[in-house]
Ligand binder design. Sequence first.
Ligand code: ASP
Length: 596
Amino acid sequence: MSPEMRPPRPNGYRDAWCAELSAARAGSEARVAGWVHRRRDHGGLIFIDLRDRSGILQLVFHPDAAPEAHAAAHRLRSEHVVSARGEVVRRAAENVNPALATGEVELAVSELELLAEADTPPFPLDEDGPVDEALRLRHRPLDLRRPAMQRALELRHAVIRIIRSELEARDFLELETPMLTRSTPEGARDFLVPARMSPGSFFALPQSPQLFKQLLMVAGYERYYQIARCFRDEDLRADRQLEFTQLDLEMSFVDEDDVIETLEGVMGAVFAGAGFDVGAPPWPRMSYAEAMARYGSDRPDTRFGLEIGELGAALRGTEFKVFAGALASGGVVRGINAGARELARSELDALTELAKLHGAKGLVWAFVQEDGSWRSPVAKFLGGEEIARVGEILGAAPGDLLLIVADGAEIAAPALGALRLELARRFELVPEGAHEVRWIVEFPMFERDAETGRWSAVHHPFTAPTGDFADPETMLSRGYDLIVDGWELGGGSIRINRPEVQREVLSLLGMSGEEADRRFGFLLEALRYGAPPHGGIALGIDRIVAILGGHDSIREVIAFPKSASGADPLTGAPAEVDVAQLRELGLSLTAVPLNE
Ligand code: ASP
């Protein structure tokens, strides 16, 4: 995906990119500029690998042919900035470097100009070896010079360019929405910005452009998109940043198929452009219920087996109290066949701990023996028939390890889902280079908080529901998520376009009419003036680029990310501000910053 670069406009610094100077240019004069990537002295001759954005070119300095330039080259150190003029010459056959685009030639320098000196970098920039991340972020401008970072950011650019051109071809308008706004309802904590002109009031930074993009649909723009910066004050993980970038889009007079097909066109082009083979659209769709039952996750990694089996029917009437108890209280008994594995007791204990971490009361394990019977702490509580039926559902063969959880479905599913992923990681079950994409659809509209009993929206409260408000538990949403290799690239939904339905949803979520008006009055009012049926989606750009580039952390594809602890070691943000600034904002601090 590396962009073809056009020759630069000739000036006093350069008339060619380093990587442009191939064998075809041998015999011609050229001037290049860049950084000293590496330097080697070879009995008289000095070799410099010069690096600019396009790549690397070898400069050679001859003591006899160009004594002045040679003397100047003596003083060059890593990362000094120079401009060099000379003749492009073919290298002797034995010196050709096939690893370099310019490996057949070198520039025999006749004139060298030192443009800036560099202190010794805190870590080597001419190799992609591991460097402590804190050090990298503290010196990010240097880290960004490393070829691996440059490739990551070029990939990011290429992804966004494809997105723009695909949406352009579909008549989308690229429009911006405010950064200083009201709290938006994506469910995370807001970043607040004190408003100097209205003391005591605050703007919120947008968690997403959700409400504004809906207003653009009310306004008749029909097809909008934005490469939007979003802000969520959440605890960070490898795949989360306080501010992140999403492709945000919205369309009018559409249903699920229209949005999904549009995204398949856009993302199909992105995947193809990056050589990331997920198969041609249309991509498979799976209901939330099926994903939870078969994979224990609403973002299932479907690239390996270990599917979850439903064992309830096979165990109906069992006398084993753990299974019978779970079934009697409306729960489930489900299991996976981990395959032929030799696991020590301590490893089984670790798997049990993992299941418990997800709320399970325990984990039943069983090794299938030659005659089909089980070696398991619970074998003696189960009848031969039951063992045979469970074995049949899980496709058990001698040697296989079976893992079973008996609990509420809301616990058994994620517990087994986590076990699947752990087994896949431990036994490297994902086939090399395999990628799978799919849509998850038919989400529940609401979920009830186990402790407070309050309903919340599974997507967000502007998602259109189907079903009967009298029975919120069974209502579905018209939402869809796009999943690749077990990662959620993003999601969206068909929205509510009628104010009375929107009020009903907000009220079910425990919002009084008054609160609904206070927080979302501008949306509720706009919906009263003829809102078209509409829907959209948002996809995480950082995550997409990280997946395409094979990075574990989205920090690798963001030029200036925050560290895992939410700070920026480069600028020192967040930082204290002057008392005068606070006073102007009408603020005084009750909490003293930690470093005072
Ligand atoms: N606003 C949602 C989000 O940012 C996406 C959408 O519904 O379009 O997660």
